[in-house]
Design a protein around this ligand. Structure first.
Ligand code: SAM
Length: 286
């Protein structure tokens, strides 16, 4: 597949399994065989995958810290007719994995190079698909910051997000992260804990956040492995108790003040975003 007659090669973004080798697609195998070289986040890990499928090809390291330099270097090769495949350690490249720089550069500067996606698993989408939470609108947050202050700030920004929220977390920080979610989102927010998807110890458990923490503490082994969290979006109907208190306060204030002032004060009392409160009151004709 060396494009000697063509001017440009292609860039293939190839998804690979997230734990279960049986999930690799035929197209992924064919493409991994046919490209001139493969860029891999970890050549050792991808080497094992290739060996398993008896694929012989050249592997070059392509990870976060060499991305900028390597993106330019390998794009020159594509310009010279090389077909290049890019994989990450698992799942879909670029989804909390390297690859962004080369795709971005290609789109912005080498617009004639074809970037071809070879589909396959992605832990976020898999977990979402079995969560039972709203899938029509969702937001992908990836990994929250390792720094507590930054993580808490971000969670506060997400508190009133009404789409389903997807979070990746490492087993080392997961409990801390769950406590932060409980403190900020409240005990009752429903959450799915999807662990070791597609692997032997796959476990998908859903409950409200405080019960989820209790469940984990019953068997600390539940923290082992790779985890995705799917969090229910903010929903006023579910928070009926709070909303009735909020409404009452608003209605009392409204008797004495303008609607704008009443909303301002109510939102301050309950640390709730003004525009969310406003929308709710309008939608419910208060
Ligand atoms: N690119 C990958 C994808 O498409 O899902 C994600 C790579 S990211 C570096 C690794 C994180 O993805 C893990 O920390 C975990 O949160 C999630 N993850 C990957 N594989 C998983 C699995 N089999 N089960 C649950 N979560 C997984």
């Amino acid at each position: 597949m060396n494009n000697k007659n063509l001017k440009l090669g292609n860039l293939y973004i190839i998804s690979t399994p997230i734990g279960n080798y049986n999930d690799i697609s035929n197209r992924a195998i064919i493409t991994l065989r046919k490209v001139n070289l493969i860029l891999a986040e970890d050549t050792r890990k991808t080497g094992l995958l290739l060996k398993n499928f008896n694929i012989k090809n050249k592997l070059y390291p392509y990870y976060e810290y060499n991305e900028k330099k390597n993106a330019k270097f390998f794009l020159e090769k594509i310009k010279n007719g090389y077909n290049i495949g890019l994989v990450s350690d698992s799942g879909t490249p670029l989804i909390s994995d390297p690859g962004y720089k080369i795709v971005q550069l290609c789109r912005q500067k080498y617009i004639n190079i074809k970037i071809i996606p070879i589909p396959g698993p992605c832990a976020a989408i898999l977990a979402l698909s079995v969560s039972g939470l709203a899938t029509d609108k969702f937001c992908y947050e990836g990994f929250l910051s390792k720094k507590t202050s930054k993580r808490i700030k971000r969670l506060n920004e997400l508190k009133f997000e009404n789409r389903t929220i997807i979070i990746y977390e490492s087993k080392h920080r997961i409990l801390k992260c769950l406590y932060d979610i409980e403190n900020i989102f409240g005990k009752n927010r429903y959450i799915i804990f999807a662990k070791e998807l597609t692997k032997k110890w796959e476990n998908i458990y859903g409950n409200n956040i405080s019960n989820l923490i209790k469940w984990i503490k019953l068997d600390i082994n539940r923290l082992k492995g790779e985890i995705v969290l799917i969090i229910e979006g903010y929903n006023y109907k579910i928070n009926k108790k709070i909303s009735s208190k909020i409404i009452q306060t608003f209605l009392i204030l409204k008797q004495e003040l303008s609607i704008k002032k009443a909303i301002n004060i109510t939102s301050k009392i309950y640390s709730i975003k003004k525009n969310i409160l406003y929308k709710f009151l309008i939608n419910n004709k208060y």
